[in-house]
Design a protein around this ligand. Structure first.
Ligand code: ATP
Ligand code: MG
Length: 421
């Protein structure tokens, strides 16, 4: 039987890890720079949580979730995103009792049953950042800055920040009515999905990706012209903070979220040149969500960014990540007695914090040297019968192939300090 990885999944091989580490380590560093704390939530939750919080009529809930009955016949779902689980934890673990706002981040896999393409997988990895317990537009700005700084620190240049306000339960219904009335004369020009959106969730008419629908949506009434005073003031403040920072962004009137618990700010970050899947990040404010999943009414905002798309963008821009650390020392030996000495030496090196490996397969010295080269070791320590007899070790510096014999008792310190001649 030849097994294959499930469709839409992939292996992150050793040679891929430099990119992954660069992104995840940069993310941790930047989040901590902004004072964000790490949280980790379960990979699966009760299905109802996602139905409630992601929303019953979203693509995710309608057709993308991995849902199963566990052995106790309870409906469980592999998380398609992180916000739901974090809000659940906030309510259940009473995180609202801590000093607010609570600034959190997490990194891990998410699962959606989608049609796999470049930058679109069924198991994919997200960086997720959330701030719970503040309504201030300066927090909206801060969350966007975290995203910005992560991409900047990763080295990505050509990104476009898209921002909009999606209103609130006070002003949005009036806008939706305007939108519906405007579309009533244009139903012939829109796709079948949009015809359904017109009935069920007209706001989502605006974010259809089909060319013809987009052209219509571009002309549609803009939510910015329908915001209530509170939402308008919030959006104006955010934009003035963005202007003060001097970072370029675009107000995109087609950027919306289809649910009542999404409020005010929405934003996305796009990368040119990675194909149709050009959104590296999606975020926004969800002041109504935590109350809905059983917590106290709490304003909140966050974003999620796909790591595969960040890496795709890095490769597109030719950004080389720093290398993954290699073992500093390769231990080579010839003969049974030398092998025993090599086992002890390798362990002494590691105990001293010096990375060490060996082949342990009793191969020729040539084969062992080849392996040392392939692994990128800085030094090879060679022990043969004669070295054992004389209580010495041969140190070979791989960069220039120079060799020197040192007393066995000095070998560890010599390679640790790089002082071998
Ligand atoms: P898209 O429009 O590309 O389907 P989305 O609106 O479904 O994105 P969000 O739910 O906002 O995406 O998720 C945030 C980010 O997660 C996206 O901007 C993207 O970078 C990443 N992402 C979403 N779905 C996938 C997937 N199937 N494979 C890889 N990355 C994904
Ligand atoms: Mg999607």
């Amino acid at each position: 039987m030849n097994y294959r990885a499930p469709r839409g999944t992939y292996d992150i091989l050793p040679e891929d890890q430099a990119h992954w580490r660069h992104v995840t380590e940069t993310t941790r560093r930047v989040c901590e720079l902004f004072g964000y704390e790490q949280i980790d939530v379960p990979v699966f939750e009760q299905t109802g949580l996602f139905e409630r919080s992601v929303g019953e009529s979203t693509d995710i809930v309608e057709k993308e979730m991995y849902t199963f009955l566990d052995r106790n016949e309870e409906r469980m779902t592999l998380r398609p995103e992180f916000t739901a689980g974090i809000c659940r934890a906030y309510a259940e673990r009473k995180l609202h009792g801590r000093p607010q706002p609570l600034r959190l981040f997490t990194i891990g896999p998410a699962f959606r049953y989608e049609r796999p393409q470049a930058g679109r997988y069924r198991q994919f990895y997200q960086i997720d950042v959330e701030v719970l317990g503040s309504q201030d537009p300066a927090i909206d700005l801060e969350v966007m800055q975290v995203a910005w700084q992560i991409y900047e620190a990763v080295g990505i240049k050509n990104l476009s920040f898209q921002v909009n306000s999606t209103g609130c339960p006070v002003c949005r219904p009036g806008y939706v009515e305007k939108l519906r009335a405007w579309y009533a004369d244009r139903l012939d020009g829109i796709c079948a999905d949009c015809a359904r959106r017109y009935e069920q969730n007209p706001l989502r008419l605006l974010d259809c990706k089909k060319e013809a629908c987009r052209a219509i949506a571009d002309e549609a009434p803009r939510i910015a012209d329908s915001l209530c005073d509170e939402c308008r003031t919030h959006f104006d403040r955010l934009r003035s903070y963005l202007d003060d920072l001097g970072r370029p962004y675009e107000v995109n009137h087609r950027l919306v979220r289809g649910f009542d618990y999404y409020t005010k700010t929405v934003f996305e970050v796009w990368a040119e040149g990675i194909g149709a899947q050009n959104a590296v990040c999606g975020g926004g404010r969800y002041d109504g969500l935590i109350g809905m999943v059983g917590g106290p009414e709490t304003p909140a905002i966050g974003f999620a960014s796909g790591i595969e798309r960040i890496i795709l963008t890095m490769k597109q821009e030719g950004i080389e990540p720093p290398g993954v650390p290699k073992p500093r020392v390769f231990v080579a030996y010839l003969g049974a007695e030398a092998k025993s000495a090599a086992v002890v030496l390798a362990q002494e090196l590691r105990a001293a914090g010096v990375g060490a490996t060996a082949l342990w397969e009793d191969r020729s010295l040539k084969a062992q040297m080849r392996q040392a080269d392939r692994l990128g070791a800085a030094y090879t320590l060679i022990i043969g019968e004669e070295e054992v007899r004389n209580g010495v070790v041969m140190i070979r510096r791989m960069a220039d192939s120079t060799q020197a014999s040192v007393p066995r008792s000095e070998a560890v310190a010599a390679v640790k300090e790089g002082n071998t001649q």
